[in-house]
Design a binder for this molecule. Structure first.
Ligand SMILES: NC(=O)c1ccc[n+]([C@@H]2O[C@H](COP(=O)([O-])OP(=O)(O)OC[C@H]3O[C@@H](n4cnc5c(N)ncnc54)[C@H](OP(=O)(O)O)[C@@H]3O)[C@@H](O)[C@H]2O)c1
Length: 281
């Protein structure tokens, strides 16, 4: 039995779709906090659990031998606490193989907020005694429209990314690889950097937007202060402003620039790249 947290989210939903190509729905458990958000799949098991409720997690994971732990959507210490509960609950429920979606370059001193919380979770997983596979995901291609907003139409990118480049990777490609790993025998402890074939700066993205869409595109590297003010004006709470500001600083300092194609052994088709993504969206 394969259990999946975050099953109502983008990555969880896509992974379930790939799993269903080789696994009977009866052997998949979607772990969700709001079942009304889940697309019904006849036969698939659905269990209720919240990352903030340890007992609900243990109950939801019971009977599964493999667990996909999708990283928390919370920030800072709250995210680390939620992920610690998931790891402990997985061990208590008898999970044999934990597959975790981490972030690229996790470290105790990472600039990116999630780099620090994912690092803590990775340590907890390594100390748990379970077999594990860690996917250290770079930024999704699908975040590009979120980074650049209306520049998808205007071409005028404003972001405090400096010269930092990002090895964007398509969410569906990650989901396909996760499905392969979830259905294969566990092999002790393994970690993979999940990246595209090359890294793109926001200047590169502006150039490709211009070429693919015929826009008069450009990139303006705004200051971190200006970025924070814009997020605050948007009504974003301080904890989220700090998170997105840490993300921008992380990008400027090249925490998302690494490329590593080892993980593509789990794919049977070429990955979607930035040019194809921008051309098609
Ligand atoms: N690499 C990247 O570019 C990137 C970008 C965005 C996020 N991420 C990280 O990758 C993860 C997966 O990405 P995604 O696009 O699938 O994110 P997503 O669509 O936001 O999905 C997040 C999932 O987590 C669930 N969740 C949130 N809080 C929960 C809680 N307290 N208890 C149980 N479940 C909870 C959500 O449930 P509901 O549907 O009930 O809210 C949803 O199913 C995110 O959670 C985040 O950590 C990475």
């Amino acid at each position: 039995m394969i259990a999946i947290t975050g099953a109502t989210g983008n990555l969880g939903r896509a992974t379930i779709q790939h799993l269903l190509k080789s696994v009977a729905p009866e052997n998949i458990t979607a772990v969700v906090r709001d079942p009304s958000k889940l697309e019904a799949v006849p036969g698939m098991q659905v269990k209720l659990a919240d990352y903030d409720d340890y007992n609900s997690l243990v109950e939801a994971f019971r009977g599964a031998d493999t667990l996909l732990q999708i990283s928390s959507a919370s920030y800072g210490d709250h995210a680390a606490m939620q992920e610690e509960q998931v790891v402990k609950a997985a061990a208590a429920a008898g999970i044999q193989h934990l597959v975790y979606t981490s972030t690229l370059q996790p470290a105790a001193i990472a600039i990116f907020d999630a780099g620090r919380s994912c690092y803590k979770t990775e340590v907890n997983i390594r100390n748990s005694g379970m077999n594990y596979t860690i996917f250290r995901n770079s930024m999704y291609l699908e975040t590009i429209p979120l980074f650049i907003g209306e520049a998808m139409e205007t071409g005028q990118i404003r972001y405090p990314g400096g010269e930092g480049a990002i090895s964007f990777v398509g969410r569906d490609d990650i989901a396909a690889a996760l499905a392969k790993v979830l259905t294969a025998p566990a092999q002790g402890g393994r970690s993979f950097n999940i990246t595209g074939d090359r890294a793109y700066s926001f200047g590169d993205i502006a150039r490709i937007l211009g070429e693919e869409r015929g826009l008069a595109a450009s990139y303006t590297n705004i200051s971190d202060e200006e970025f924070r003010q814009e997020l605050e004006a948007f009504g974003m709470p301080p904890v989220a402003v700090d998170f997105y500001s840490s993300m921008a600083a992380s990008i400027r300092n090249r925490e998302f620039s690494m490329t590593d194609m080892t993980w593509q052994q789990f794919l049977d088709k070429p990955t979607l790249d930035v040019r194809a993504f921008l051309g098609g969206n």
